[in-house]
Each structure stands twice: as C-alpha cells, then as structure tokens.
Design a protein around this ligand. Structure first.
Ligand code: BG6
Length: 467
C-alpha cells in the first residue's frame, strides 16, 4: 500500500455507465494505458442497462481504444478484454445488484472501486442499491462531476452519499486535478525558492486565469443547456486551479494537508460580486441540437474574485472561460507590479513593462516568464523578452489525467480528488453567477468572447493566451 493511501488497494473495478460516452472517450483509453504499464491487475466489471453481451462489451471497449489511442498494441487490448465482464440489467431491478454481489463474491473482492460514469441524478440510486446488497461495506465510490447544481443540492448529495459511504470512501473526480500541468503548479511554486518570496500582494498586481475552448457544445447540447459554463468548468476546474496558485505551502504531501490549504483559500473568498460577472453566449448556440431556442444559458463567463488573506488581500483574481473561443488554452498569468521608473524616465525611454509569469496548463503545457532586458543601443531602454519552457519537450510525455486518477482511485490515494467541504465552498463562491439572470452578451465563434468581459477588469485588459 502506498504511503499516501488512506484506503486498501482495490481488488476489482466496477464501472457503472460502462456503455456510456465518458467510458468510451476517457475510461477505456485510460484502462488501456494502465494495462500497458502493468498497473491494472484486477477484474473490470461493467454494469449497464444496454442490452449487451460480454462479447459486445469487449468489442465496444476495443473500438473506443482504437479510436482514441494512437497505434494501440493488440496484445494489451486482448489482456484488458480478458479481465472484462458485463453485468447487464436495470439499476432499479434487485436482480442486477444481487448479480453484482455474486460476481464480486466469485472474484473474492473485499475492496472494490465503484466508478459512477453515470448522470448525477442516478448517484443516490446506485449508492443506495450498493448498500441494499451490502457492497458499500467493502469498497469506495468514485463520483464524476458535476457534483450538485448549487450549494443546497451539493449538500443534499453529500448527505445522501454519506448515509451509505463515509467521506474517506468517496472520491470526487475533477479531472483537472489529474493533469500533470495542474499539479505542477504546486511543485513549481514550492520547489523554486526564487518564486515564493514574491508570490504575494506586495509584488503581484493581478492574476488572470483563462480557460478557452474552440469547440462548441458538440452534441452535448441538452446537457450543456442545463448547466452552462459556470457549473460546467468554473465552479470546479477553474477554482481548483485558482486554489493551487493561491494556497500556502502544505506541510506534507498527504491529502489532508493539501485539502486543508485549499479549504483555507476558499474560506477567505467572498462570493462573487454580481456587478463583476459578465456572461456571454456564442452566436449559433441556440441552433445547436438539444438547446432551447430562447436559451439564456452562458457559454462564456468572466468574473473578478478576491481572496481576503494576508497573502492576497487587494489583488484582483480575474477568471474567464468559454466555448467557441479563438484558441484552446488554459493559462494562469501572474502579473507583477511595475518597477520604480526613475532610471528609465531620466533617459526619456519607454517604461519597463510588467513582468509576467505565464503558467500554461493546456496541451502545450509549460511556463513562460516575460522579463525585461536591455534594448541594444546607447540608451538604457528595456524591452520584453520571453524565457519559456515546454514541458513535453523538456520532461517527456506524461500520463493522461484519467489514467492517473483511475490509478489513484485503485490505489486508495485521495489527494487528487475533491473533498466535501471544498466542493461546498466553491458552490458558495459562484452562487451569484448561478443566480444571475443578466443578459448573455452574444459573441462570435473564434473571438475572445464578448467585449463586455473587459468590464470585470479594473481598467486592465485580458492577456491573450500564448498558443
Ligand atoms: C469537462 C467539461 O469537465 O472539461 C467540458 O464538461 C470541457 O465541457 C472539458 O470541454 C475540458 O477538459 P480538457 O481536459 O479538454 O481541458
């Protein structure tokens, strides 16, 4: 058992929603990689309502791997398929649960992982049905986002799950926490002595976090129209990233220390100011299949946040996210204060620009420092130069977020999962954006969102991500 594990190593993986979209796009490719690396050693049992056979299920898994993994190894696929079985049946039917129980008994499972790749409305039913056959006593659940729709529903869901599983056996997935680049925020900040002394309000002028996607809702219209950008990515992915940029150093790598530091950041954040939230919707969204023709749901949101702590009081945190934007990028830009300018004024030259640390968390992850260096010539003028590193080139390929998270869930290591209190705090913070019935400003696909997004800034402009 790993030192960071708080739960025993799993001896079976049960996949609810095994024939669904998430399993197809993310989970089978991740299982393939685990199998390839030799880290998957247990039976994988799918549960699904679809009228499928074991053989059909294994074929479906293979198809998904061939679609999503470049040049997969046939031997690895066969090994994975050999550990796969399907329990087919309705979730409301008692027989489905006794069959699952019998199956787990047959493989002598005492610590299964139950992965809920199913619509959130079904989480309570599945948790209760697991309890009805005593399976809650020998395993843990992994719950996909969205975790609730707002604070009351998240609290309600936590209560329901806690009536069946204790908190330490609930693993809430936010796949951003599985990304190497996101986890690097922690390592980058706390392993570089150069940064820590200036990572505070005395030196930092503002922080911007942008998550932009070029895709629209891509066949998920009816799901997306019931959530919008705040629920889909801001409450979870963006606020998790913010907490890693803002937190104090945890005193150890164990989950509780990390979660405690995040919790302190969120506790120090007031709810969003309704005057500093701008919502947008891309032109054409209302024509997407599954979207209401008069939908007021946002596909873009920008907001200004604050952290009322000794480290951050007075520093604005600007965050924005959207679909149908100009580029695929997730970036944090930490903007530093201007240097004193006497030396440069005297020379009559341009004022040095602000230093930036740009943390790139998307596909081309890495970091760029924008520094000032002397412009060649007689004068003491400065100009911006970028010092940049591309992590894939410097460090080699990394494992996917889902592969790492599945591996953690199986190993019983909770530190890359979201704790109950943190999920609830994040809902509290975004509540004013959920309550907002303000206009959604239209924007064209391929732009950086509505021009009104500038309104959330204190007279500044958004930094365009480096792509
Ligand atoms: C998901 C959202 O959680 O994250 C999607 O539901 C979004 O709407 C996706 O596209 C983005 O993830 P990534 O890893 O591609 O940045």
């Amino acid at each position: 058992m790993s030192e960071l594990a708080t739960q025993p190593t799993a001896d079976a993986l049960v996949l609810f929603g095994a024939t669904g979209d998430l399993a197809k796009r993310k989970l089978f490719p991740a299982l393939y990689e685990l199998e390839r690396h030799g880290s998957l050693t247990v039976p994988v049992i799918g549960v699904a309502r679809s009228d499928w056979t074991d053989a059909g299920f294994r074929e479906h898994c293979e198809e998904s791997i061939r679609q999503h993994v470049e040049d997969p190894d046939d031997g690895v696929i066969t090994r994975l398929q050999k550990r796969m079985d399907l329990i087919q049946g309705d979730y409301a039917d008692k027989a489905t649960w006794s069959n699952l129980r019998k199956k787990l008994d047959r493989v002598h499972s005492a610590h299964a992982v139950y992965y809920m790749a199913i619509p959130p409305l079904m989480f309570p039913t599945v948790a209760e049905q697991l309890a009805s056959v005593g399976l809650n006593e020998r395993g843990r659940i992994v719950v996909e986002k969205p975790f609730g729709r707002d604070l009351p529903s998240a609290e309600e869901l936590n209560r329901t799950l806690h009536s069946v599983f204790p908190e330490e056996r609930i693993f809430r997935i936010d796949h951003y926490l599985g990304k190497e680049s996101v986890e690097d925020l922690l390592v980058f900040r706390f392993s570089n002595a150069l940064l820590e002394p200036v990572w505070k309000r005395n030196y930092v002028r503002s922080v911007q976090i942008t998550m932009s996607e070029t895709i629209g809702v891509e066949g998920r219209g009816s799901f997306y129209d019931s959530v919008g950008a705040v629920r889909d990515v801001m409450q979870n992915h963006l606020l998790q990233v913010l907490s890693l940029v803002a937190m104090e150093p945890p005193v150890g790598p164990e989950s509780k220390y990390l979660q405690d530091e995040k919790a302190k950041v969120f506790a120090a954040m007031p709810a969003m100011d309704p005057q500093r939230i701008v919502r947008g919707q891309y032109v054409g969204y209302r024509d997407e299949p599954g979207v209401a023709t008069d939908s007021n749901v946002e596909t873009f949101v920008a907001a200004r946040l604050e952290i009322d702590s000794w480290r951050w009081a007075g520093v604005p945190w600007y965050i924005r996210c959207g679909k149908g934007l100009a580029a695929n990028a997730t970036e944090v830009v930490v903007e530093f204060r201007e240097p004193p300018r006497l030396l440069f004024d005297e020379a009559g030259g341009p004022r040095p620009e602000r230093n930036l640390v740009r943390l790139r968390l998307g596909n081309d992850d890495g970091v760029t420092f924008t520094l000032q260096a002397k412009t060649p010539g007689q004068e003491l003028d400065s100009q911006a130069v970028d010092v940049s590193v591309d992590f894939a080139a410097a460090l080699g390929e990394r494992r996917s977020a889902y592969e790492r998270l599945l591996d953690d869930a199986m190993a019983g290591v909770p530190r890359r999962f979201a704790r109950e209190d943190i999920v609830e705090q994040t809902w509290r913070i975004v509540q004013p954006a959920l309550d907002s019935d303000s206009v959604v400003h239209p924007y064209f696909r391929g732009s950086w969102g509505p021009a009104e997004a500038e309104r959330v800034l204190d007279g500044d402009t958004w930094y365009e991500p480096h792509i």
